[in-house]
Design a protein around this ligand. Structure first.
Ligand code: AMP
Length: 214
C-alpha cells in the first residue's frame, strides 16, 4: 500500500499516519520530522532548513524532493509507505509520480484530512511536546500529567502568528495538489473534526472500499 497524507498543520495527519503505519505495516515517512532532524544536526543543510521552518514557510521543492527520493530509495518500496506531509506542492506531486513511475509504481490513494482553520488554530496553540519521551500533548484536548508540565516545550513554529502564515501557505499550495489527485481518481477525503479513532475508522472504511484486498 502506497499512500500520501495531505492535511493542514494540526489536522491530525501525523496521528492518522501513525495509526495507518501500524495497521498496514508501512514505512512512515514524515518530511516535517526529517526536516526537524536535519535542523537539530546543525549541519549546513540544517541551517538552511531552520530559516524556512522558523518563518512557517515551505522548504524549497528541490531540497525536499531530494530528501524523500533518497529515503524511498533506501527503503523497501514493495512493503509500502505512507508519506506524511509530502507532497505539499504540485511540483512535489509530479516529482513523486515520476520517481515511482520509473520503478513501475504509483500511489494507491491520497488521503486528505479536512479541518476548519478555526479548529486548527485552537489545536495548535495548545500543543506541547515532551522532550524526554517525544509524546505530544494538548493543554485542553489531551492534557499532560501535571508533574511533567514544567518540562514541556512548544515547537518554534506552533505560535498563532507563524501558524496563520503556515495555514495561508498550505491553502495556496495544496489546492493544485488536491485537484491533481482528484483528477486521477486517487483522492479520499475525510472530515478531521471527530475524535482520532473516528477519523481513523472512516479512513479505513474508505480505503478498504476502494482497495478491498488491502
Ligand atoms: P509538518 O511537521 O508536516 O507540519 O512540517 C513542518 C514544516 O516543515 C512545514 O511548515 C514546512 O516548513 C516544512 N515541510 C514539511 N514538509 C514539507 C514539504 N513537503 N515541502 C516543503 N516544506 C515542508
Amino acid at each position: 500500500m502506497r499512500l500520501v497524507m495531505i492535511g493542514a498543520p494540526a489536522s491530525g495527519k501525523g496521528t492518522q499516519a501513525h495509526k495507518l503505519t501500524r495497521h498496514f505495516n508501512l514505512d512512515h515517512i514524515s518530511t516535517g520530522e526529517m526536516l526537524r532532524a536535519e535542523e537539530a544536526k546543525r549541519s549546513e543543510l540544517g541551517m538552511v532548513v531552520e530559516s524556512y521552518l522558523k518563518r512557517g514557510q515551505l522548504v524549497p521543492d528541490s531540497l525536499v524532493v531530494k530528501l524523500v527520493g533518497e529515503r524511498l530509495a533506501h527503503n523497501h518500496l514493495a512493503q509500502g509507505f505512507i508519506l506524511d506531509g509530502f507532497p505539499r506542492t504540485l511540483n512535489q506531486a509530479l516529482a513523486l509520480d515520476q520517481a515511482l513511475g520509473e520503478v513501475g509504481q504509483a500511489i494507491d490513494a491520497a488521503l486528505l484530512i479536512e479541518v476548519p482553520d478555526s479548529a486548527v488554530l485552537e489545536r495548535i496553540t495548545g500543543r506541547r511536546a515532551d522532550p524526554e519521551t517525544g509524546r505530544i500533548y494538548h493543554l485542553k484536548f489531551s492534557p499532560p500529567p501535571p508533574e511533567i508540565l514544567h518540562r514541556l516545550e512548544q515547537r518554534d513554529d506552533d505560535t498563532a502568528e507563524v501558524m496563520q502564515a503556515r495555514l495561508n501557505t498550505y491553502h495556496e499550495r495544496i489546492a493544485p495538489v488536491v485537484a491533481h489527485y482528484r483528477d486521477r481518481g486517487q483522492l479520499i477525503t475525510v472530515d478531521g473534526s471527530p475524535t482520532p479513532d473516528a477519523v481513523f475508522q472512516e479512513l479505513l472504511h474508505q480505503l478498504t472500499e476502494r482497495h478491498p484486498n488491502s
